[in-house]
Design a protein around this ligand. Sequence first.
Ligand code: SF4
Length: 103
Amino acid sequence: MATRRRFVLNTVSSAAVLMAATPLGAAEPARLEETDPIAVALGYKNVAALVDVQRFPTYVDGHDCKGCKLFQAAGGEQWAPCGVVPGKLVNAGGWCAAWVKRA
Ligand code: SF4
């Protein structure tokens, strides 16, 4: 019984230490809304195929954020920071007029 009690206390203590070590405010940034003024200005769409090609004729079918040099995914994330959209996440399948081919 003492062993079980010790195990429970150790587990609870370990969890408390982990929770205390988690930085406050470490929440994921918001996802870029297509209605955001910067998104409107850049013609950003969460789904590249929905780009307004009349307004943004530079769009090329098959280009998307994951193929853009400015997409900052650390390892295959669907949503990641972008070099031209500070503090927001963009969709790997999205597109905007600032698209630059990833090297
Ligand atoms: S700059 Fe690139 S990664 Fe950022 S929104 Fe535009 S296409 Fe996507």
